[in-house]
Design a protein around this ligand. Structure first.
Ligand SMILES: [Cu+2]
Length: 147
């Protein structure tokens, strides 16, 4: 009887020790996030070095993309950004202003060749410049990452 209860106690202890190996593999896979940091000026979008960002920017397919908008003006302009996803759905940032100088939008991309349009939705002075930025999903690795 003593032997049996000892065995049961060992099994009980082992079930805790071995528990981490019993978890599904998916939980151990780290999700990759592509982060684009964009400076917002009255004259348009730029990267950290001040180079204008416009046109088509490649982003990875089937992954999470996070756009960080940073306030880079000395004026009092306020902006709020939207990303138009495929199938006409929009996601929005919080209000970007001198008091809230960093806002984000995250979304999950689909298959290669999908287009995501980025623009300001406020009636601001820069509204003609903070438009026409397109992120397009691609299937391979980025040869010349811009961010
Ligand atoms: Cu704006």
């Amino acid at each position: 009887m003593k032997k049996v209860s000892g065995f049961i106690i060992m099994m009980f202890v082992c079930s805790f020790v071995l528990a981490p190996w019993g978890r599904p593999m998916a939980a151990a896979v780290k999700e990759e996030v592509t982060t684009l940091v964009i400076q917002v000026h009255e004259k348009g979008f730029s990267d950290a070095s001040g180079k204008r960002i416009e046109g088509i920017i490649p982003i990875p397919k089937t992954s999470t993309v996070k756009i960080v908008f940073e306030y880079a003006d000395a004026n009092e302009e306020e902006h709020e950004f939207a990303v138009m996803l495929p199938y006409d759905e929009e996601v929005y940032s919080d209000l970007l202003s001198p008091k809230n100088r960093r806002v984000e939008i995250s979304f999950v991309t689909g298959k290669a060749g999908e287009r995501y349009e980025v623009y300001c939705i406020m009636d601001c002075e820069a509204m003609d410049n903070l438009v026409d930025l397109f992120l397009v999903t691609h299937s391979g690795m980025l040869e010349n990452p811009r961010f």
